[in-house]
Design a protein around this ligand. Sequence first.
Ligand SMILES: [Zn+2]
Ligand SMILES: [Zn+2]
Ligand SMILES: [Zn+2]
Length: 309
Amino acid sequence: MSLRRFNELRGEEVAYAIHRQDRTFLPPEDHCPLDPTRPGGPPTEIPFAAFEIVVFDNLFPSFEAPAGAAEVVVYTDDHHGSFAGLAPERAEALMWVWRHRYEELGAREDVRYVLIFENRGVEVGTTLHHPHGQIYAFPFLPPVPKLELDADARLGGCAVCALLERELDDGERIVYSGEDVVAYVPFAARWPYETHVVVREHRPSLLECDGGELQSLARALQAVTRGFDRLFARPFPYVMVVHQAPTSSPPPRGTGARTGHLHVEFYPPLRTAEKLKYLAGCEQGAGTFIMDVMPEGSAAALREAIESA
Ligand SMILES: [Zn+2]
Ligand SMILES: [Zn+2]
Ligand SMILES: [Zn+2]
């Protein structure tokens, strides 16, 4: 069982899921638990000989009913694939899967925030190479989404809308510009190639997006991740997170409104093809990020990589 403690000094929850110590760690390729179960082969987590997208409960959950949930989303039955390399229709279908999970988990009384994410690469702690993402349904509003809602209050409206407008006016950090979706390295990026993929219209979540927007989102996310892989001509590690409106009821601060604006953030740990950015004394001890590249410089390099990928 996982349990929670409140860290008074930081004012935040910590989840203890000690069974996770024993979870499968970088198994050999022929023992991949996310592969299909092939006739005559060993059983995997997925009892089908072939599949497109599969969602199931995480066997080693950080959160579980009646206080949240943890799910695994397998993108493909191709062990050697990647999100960037999925067929466009599969990536688009994944947006609908995300939407469905957000809706179903978000409707639960014990769920206040649904976080869809992917950790790609051993540099960010992936324990299974098979292309997959995860979904955590939190029984509380976690600190990062809360900071974004605080920014809404500080700016007197949707912060994501305001920042998108600033980025579009400035233009220098835009790396991808589609009809419904824009990607940029933010003005005050905390990672060398941090990238935000933002739906142009104010949509609190995937639920408010139309089919065209979901298709555009898939296209933009694949353009960015292909650009990443192109950048240093190597599989590019990243953390990808989907930020959306909290699903708590009633809405936070009793506003009665659904707050939040769907966007996807990438936090890639690489500074160069071989060098990692570490979170060290200043970042951990003070919470202040020290950067050795300007966002405009990395945006120019990433934009070129996206265009030529
Ligand atoms: Zn596999
Ligand atoms: Zn907005
Ligand atoms: Zn965000």
